[in-house]
Design a protein. Structure first.
Length: 492
């Protein structure tokens, strides 16, 4: 960063093989936060080769579980030591508020702590095969070389959901953060060195996904690809990996319904719908972007929501007064603006927003106003497609069955919220929704101990929880006969 080498390949910090660099822009004011090395596809291939050697010939996969667990704990300690520096870097890179970045670093820490504990209690499973001479065991082994590709909205958090279980399992890996937001992953890589992660176990390349993609994913030396990002990229990666029958887990987008029944607690419903969609300016995969509200309260509910949304304080995430920051880049804001225009031409009723803020102090940043569209329906692209910005669409229902049908009427299935004071109805609706996480009278929370992932086109793997570790493991059945006898099948 800023002249220091940023690629870590085979235990060596290096500049890009062609000397290429990239300017990292602060989306709050358009200034250059840092200049980082931009890897070439040769660098990416070298990183995979280093991880392959470290897996095939290195000690890490055989390192006792207790040592791996202790290493994860040391990493967690270092994350907390450097929390303020990492949080401030994340804010300057992504634009999110410092409060959010601090929460991110705490969450990253908890992921390392969780897998440190989990890997320590994992044990082989004994199977009774009905023969006392046979000891039959099902054991878990590291899957091998992993390629870990993360998006820009939660750069270090999303990467930690991959690196922590991969290390816990005994894998070696190549991490590739988004080209837009690589800074905390680079800083974190230095912490891994300090914690004592052996050379070549974690390799880091950052740069354009379009350039590095093939070297990282169309590569027979890779055993597992864990990808978090958009649907189109996920599809491309899954197709390429299929050629090598490489295992792939893809965590993709969402178009998440937040269903509000008329009997819901009013204040918490308004507040959680507001937070669920406008936190981090809507750049959250699980953002509650589709409000599905019971007709009899809809007008009042939308009016109060709009009044609150207009008071959201937008600004530089480093300013403690800011409640939400900018969109991640000018290019991303252009996409959000095009989506909003599409909503207007499709006939949605613009209630508030739909524009950049007029405050001259925000003119250099890629800010966008919280936007609410009422009278939306499923024919509209703003209801079907992920905007990944501060845009809420409103649909109305009159029956429980209609609410469920609307909630499930999406090609995605990442997350959903249900708000009602009737526990029986809450349970019915929660069970009927085809989404990977469903919140009942809450929204947006998660824990490292519970699985995260999507139904439908939101993805095909799970991160976090015990399944998040199992993704990085192969399962082997060992049949051991302690009193061998001839099979006796062929008589001659
Ligand atoms: P993206 O454009 O798909 O990029 C994701 C990552 O893939 C980036 O590191 C990107 O690199 C890389 N990439 C791009 N093309 C590639 C290729 N051909 N081969 C290999 N890698 C490639 O997504 P994004 O815009 O960064 O992130 C936003 C999306 O992520 C949203 O759809 C959001 O819902 C989703 N998301 C999902 C979850 C979840 O848990 N399900 C969590 C967070 C975000 P470059 O940045 O260099 O292009």
């Amino acid at each position: 960063m800023n002249g220091e080498p940023d690629l870590c390949i085979g235990g060596q910090w290096r500049h890009a093989s062609d000397g290429g660099t990239r300017e990292i822009i602060n989306p709050a004011d358009g200034s250059i936060t840092a200049v980082v090395d931009e890897a070439t596809s040769d660098d990416a291939r070298a990183a995979v080769a280093a991880a392959r050697n470290a897996f095939d010939d290195g000690a890490w996969p055989e390192t006792p579980v207790a040592e791996r667990a202790a290493l994860l704990d040391r990493i967690a300690d270092l994350l907390q030591r450097d929390k303020e520096a990492l949080a401030s870097l994340e804010t300057r890179d992504t634009g999110k508020t410092l409060v959010e970045s601090r929460i991110d670093i705490d969450d990253v820490t908890s992921v390392f702590r969780f897998y440190s504990r989990l890997v320590g209690v994992e044990s082989d499973r004994l199977v009774d095969v009905g023969d006392p001479a046979v000891i039959s065991r099902v054991v878990r082994e590291p899957i091998g070389v992993c390629v870990l590709i993360a998006p820009w909205n939660y750069p270090l958090l999303q990467m930690s959901w991959k690196i922590a279980p991969a290390l816990a399992a005994g894998c070696t890996m190549v991490a590739k953060p988004s080209e837009v937001t690589p800074l905390t992953t680079i800083a974190f890589m230095h912490l891994l060195d300090e914690a004592g992660v052996p050379p070549s176990v974690v390799n880091l390349v950052q740069g354009s996904g379009a350039v590095l993609g093939a070297a990282l994913t169309d590569n027979p030396d890779v055993d597992f690809i864990s990808f978090t990002g958009g649907l189109a990229t996920g599809r491309t990666i899954a197709k390429v990996a299929a050629e090598h029958v490489t295992k792939v887990a893809v965590e993709l987008g969402g178009k998440n319904p937040h269903i509000v029944f008329a009997d819901a607690d009013w204040d918490s419903a308004v507040d959680h719908v507001l937070t669920g969609v406008f936190l981090h300016s809507g750049q959250v995969c699980s953002a509650g972007t589709r409000l599905i509200v019971e007709e009899q309260i809809a007008d009042d509910f939308v009016a109060e929501l709009a009044a609150r949304a207009e008071k959201i304080r937008i600004g530089d995430g480093m300013n403690p007064a800011s409640e939400t920051g900018p969109l991640v880049s000018e290019q991303h804001r252009a996409k959000v603006e095009a989506h909003v225009q599409q909503g207007i031409s499709d006939g949605a009723k613009l209630v508030i927003g739909g524009a950049r803020p007029s405050d001259p102090a925000l003119a250099k940043g890629s800010f966008y106003l919280p936007t609410i569209f009422d009278r939306c329906d499923r024919s509209m692209r703003i209801v079907q497609e992920e905007t990944f910005g501060p845009i809420l669409t409103v649909e109305r229902f009159t029956t429980e069955a209609e609410a469920i049908a609307l909630g499930n009427d999406t090609e995605y299935g990442l997350a959903a919220g249900v708000r009602t004071s009737d526990p029986a109805r809450g349970e019915r609706v929660v069970r009927a929704l085809r989404h990977g996480t469903v919140w009942l009278n809450d929204f947006g929370y998660y824990t490292a101990a519970a699985e995260w992932g999507g139904f439908g086109k939101s993805g095909n793997g799970r991160e976090l929880g015990p399944t998040g570790l199992a993704e990085y493991q192969e399962i082997k059945h060992i049949w051991h006969n302690t009193a061998p006898q001839p099979a006796g099948w062929f008589k001659g």
